[in-house]
Design a protein around this ligand. Structure first.
Ligand SMILES: [Zn+2]
Length: 282
């Protein structure tokens, strides 16, 4: 229902292609979870939001609340940059302090194979989205773009569940929605990316903009064009359907167990802006 007051949540979850085929979190049938509300839609300064699920999770450090959105909030006829602003405006209103994301990615690094899992610690943003901020009143230092504490929880949860999990890597972000050409992949490999996809940014810096930590878990669903060998659509499809529940469980474990008071240092990298930009006269 639009116009609803945004409920409180410490965690925001940007579900991606890793959990798309899966009703998160109800489908996990996890006794730690209580779904409080579904299909929550809010009117934001950036347009009407996508639908959120509000739920609580019981963990060793107490009960925490979360708001989850599917597929990064992307919808047909809504620009992806606008969708991200709507999602993060809602997270900010909710008081979110930790953002956890998942997704499927292509490989750039030839050491990676489909079904490998990467918890990236850095990114290269090749998107051309402009003026993407919810608050815009802080200097966002990207020395440590990803929260080391949230990443550690994602890595620890994924390690027993997947044959190969990497605790670091560079996520190269493109606009999409199309895939890349062999020449583009060759260029992007030279830039130093390990995996390629269409999320991670702006979520990673919108998190810092609203004063939240960010980390994501990404499963390789295909080789980049020209990397190792041609990828297969059937294998990509089977990864989407076979692995989504396991990825969802890693996200849920992290929400249940991450310490809201962790000394991760992320907020030290959000400084008061030195630029006071004038408002446009109305
Ligand atoms: Zn942090």
């Amino acid at each position: 229902m639009a116009g609803t007051i945004v409920p409180h949540a410490q965690f925001g979850i940007c579900g991606g292609s890793g959990t798309l085929s899966f009703a998160f979190p109800a489908g996990l049938a996890d006794e730690r979870v209580t779904v409080l509300a579904e299909d929550l839609v809010f009117d934001t300064p950036f347009g009407r939001s996508p639908a959120f699920t509000h739920f609580s999770v019981d963990g060793p450090l107490g009960t925490r609340h979360a708001l989850a959105v599917k597929m990064h909030g992307w919808r047909r006829n809504v620009k992806r940059g606008d969708a991200s602003l709507q999602v993060f405006w809602v997270f900010h209103e909710a008081g979110v302090r930790k953002v956890v994301a998942d997704g499927g990615v292509g490989s750039l690094n030839h050491l990676l194979d489909p079904r490998d899992v990467v918890v990236p610690n850095d990114f290269i943003d090749l998107t051309v989205k402009q003026d993407i901020y919810v608050r815009g009143d802080h200097l966002l230092v990207m020395r440590q773009p990803v929260c080391p504490d949230l990443s550690r929880h994602l890595y620890l949860s994924a390690s027993p569940a997947f044959p190969r999990v990497y605790r670091r890597g560079t996520y190269l972000v493109t606009d999409g929605p199309r895939f890349e050409t062999p020449a583009e992949v060759d260029y992007m490999k030279r830039l130093g990316g390990d995996v390629i996809g269409q999320s991670f940014a702006p979520e990673v810096f919108l998190s810092r903009d609203i004063g939240a930590c960010y980390a994501g878990i990404y499963i390789v669903v295909n080789y980049g064009e020209g990397v190792v060998k041609e990828w297969e659509h059937a294998e990509m499809k089977s990864i989407f359907f076979d692995e989504s529940e396991t990825i969802a469980r890693c996200v849920l474990d992290t929400v249940a167990e991450a310490d809201l008071q962790a000394a991760c240092g992320c907020m030290d990298l959000r400084k008061p802006s030195l630029l006071g930009l004038p408002e446009e006269p109305r």
